[in-house]
Ligand binder design. Structure first.
Ligand SMILES: O=P(O)(O)OC[C@H]1O[C@](O)(CO)[C@@H](O)[C@@H]1O
Length: 241
């Protein structure tokens, strides 16, 4: 299961294990006693050809695929650890990211750093989800199928895990009863449920539901909103409304 074959190459994943995530879960009793297991598989910096690899490097981009098999973590559905992105140097704008669901269904739980805005976007195959500047994100697989998703992101920054770790996860945990507030957050905004972006919104970013996102590499300038978001701020206006 672990090796992924793409572009005639075999790729090995970074694996996020339960032991990396015990302190980020809702069900602390389960988290402290369950045996260690693999939770999800992150295939980073993929490309189909050397030409694409050069394009990715030249435009400061990275393409990843993540696979999250279905599973309960005690009361909670399996999810990613959650992280924020740093600011683009010399600006006040944090790096965005864009995801595509390749298989299965995902919940993208976005929150800004003081959790005064918390948004959950439901996405299925073909949907593209833009994580705008200012937001951290967690992906949840609440289905009984594996979730396979890809992302484009700027390749020259490291994600910030501290705030999610300090508060033991996101503002809410997704359980069989729906979202449950994380008690370590004082007064987070209620979760706003949003549909995945429609064609008109995706067009702003040069994307479409019917076209695999990887093909955007043919026109990498169109992905500049990921590496120079400060020059494309109007694109992100109202995308979480
Ligand atoms: O770093 P986390 O929170 O475990 O999330 C993993 C996801 O983030 C990424 O690093 C991209 O932001 C992907 O490779 C992966 O889908």
């Amino acid at each position: 299961m672990q090796t992924l074959e793409i572009g005639g190459r075999r790729w090995e994943p970074d694996i996020r294990r339960l032991s990396d995530m015990r302190e980020l879960l809702c069900d602390t009793e389960w988290a402290s006693s369950a045996d260690d297991i693999d939770l999800y598989y992150m295939y980073r910096d993929l490309y189909l050809s050397r030409a694409d690899q050069n394009t990715l490097i030249e435009h400061d981009l990275r393409y990843d695929i993540t696979i999250i098999p279905p599973r309960m973590l005690g009361r909670e559905y399996v999810k990613t650890a959650g992280h924020y992105h740093p600011k683009v140097p010399g600006t006040d704008v944090t790096y965005p990211e864009v995801y595509e669901v390749l298989e299965g269904e995902a919940l993208y739980l976005l929150q800004n750093e003081d959790a005064s805005s918390v948004v959950c976007i439901v996405a299925s195959e073909g949907d593209k989800i833009v994580i705008p500047p200012g937001y951290g994100h967690i992906t949840i697989n609440r289905s009984n199928r594996r979730l396979k998703m890809s992302n484009f992101v700027c390749r020259s920054f490291s994600s910030i895990y501290g705030p999610y770790r300090d508060l033991r996860g996101g503002a809410y945990y997704y359980t069989k009863e729906g979202f449950v507030k994380n008690p370590r957050y004082r007064d987070p905004a209620p979760v706003r449920w949003l549909e995945a972006p429609d064609e008109a919104l995706l067009r702003r970013f040069g994307l479409s539901r019917s076209r695999e996102m990887y093909s955007s590499l043919k026109n990498p300038i169109g992905l500049e909103f990921l590496t120079r978001p400060q020059d494309h701020l109007s694109l992100f206006e109202n995308i979480l409304e």
